[in-house]
Design a binder for this molecule. Structure first.
Ligand code: RP5
Length: 171
């Protein structure tokens, strides 16, 4: 049974979502992906949002571009946490989507991540699901530690630049 429901406004958003869901695979979080548009297929969006909690979904991620109404429309039809992903593109290159997703009226909350930031949306969903789940919290900690050690390892790429010594980073 999926714990995370990911909905996007168009199949053109698939490449944005594909980048983020890898972390759900790595952490063993079951998820599903849906396509429905707040403007083109509003009934499907409402149906998906209304049915989500009954179907066992804990968090919804909603991605859309242009006049991105999708995350807000989903949030209006459910009390589940909704994380919006504004998608880059169009004449304003995503600024329109960013403002649409963040400027929600009081009472209908959408937590927004940055433009195309599907990895952060997925990680935020996992953090929410991990509340009270010691095993998943541990897996999240291990995932973060791996990312951190990759940053430290990347210092070898400084090549001929005058690298700060290791002790410079120690607290
Ligand atoms: C939004 O309009 C979609 O989420 C997509 O980001 C954008 C463009 O959609 P297409 O014209 O590519 O279907 O609703």
């Amino acid at each position: 049974m999926p714990a995370v429901g990911i909905i996007m406004g168009s199949s053109s958003d698939i490449p944005v979502i594909e980048k983020g869901v890898k972390v759900l695979d790595e952490l063993g979080i079951p998820y599903e992906v849906a396509i429905a548009s707040a403007h083109r297929t509003p009934r499907d969006v409402e149906g998906y949002a209304v049915n989500a909690s009954k179907r066992g979904i804990k968090v919804i991620i909603a991605a859309a571009g242009l006049s991105a109404a999708l995350p807000g429309v989903v949030a209006a039809a459910t009390t589940l946490p909704v994380i919006g992903i504004p998608v880059k593109g169009g004449a304003l290159d995503g600024l329109d989507a960013l403002l649409s997703v963040t400027q929600m009226p009081p009472g209908v909350p959408v937590g927004s991540v940055g433009l195309n930031a599907s990895l952060n949306a997925c990680l935020m969903a996992v953090r929410i699901i991990a509340i009270g789940n010691a095993d998943l919290t541990k897996r999240l900690e291990e995932w973060s530690k791996k990312r951190a050690s990759a940053v430290a390892s990347s210092r070898t790429e400084l090549a001929d630049l005058p690298a700060a010594p290791e002790e410079a980073y120690r607290i």
